[in-house]
Design a protein. Sequence first.
Length: 108
Amino acid sequence: MKNKLKNIILITFIVLTNACSHKTMSVQSLASEEKANFIKATIINYTLDGCGWMLQLEDEKKLQPVNLNNEFKKENLKVWVQYQPVKQGMSICMAGEIITITTIELRK
């Protein structure tokens, strides 16, 4: 009876330990992949139709930033971005929405 109780306690401990460590790993993975209030984007040089440097989102939507700093003008650079649409902007580029970048950071 004592051995059976010890085995049950040991199995319960192992199961709970594994469950807790799995949850922690999931939270850490999520934290490295997702950043609150930011959108994943990739910098592309979209020279077609005079567009130049643009942000391409994961859903293939393209954004035309009016204020992209030179340090981010690198093909296929992965970034986190926050932006505001430009309501009254005009451009010869017909490929994406015109935006103003409010925050941009490198994505790993």
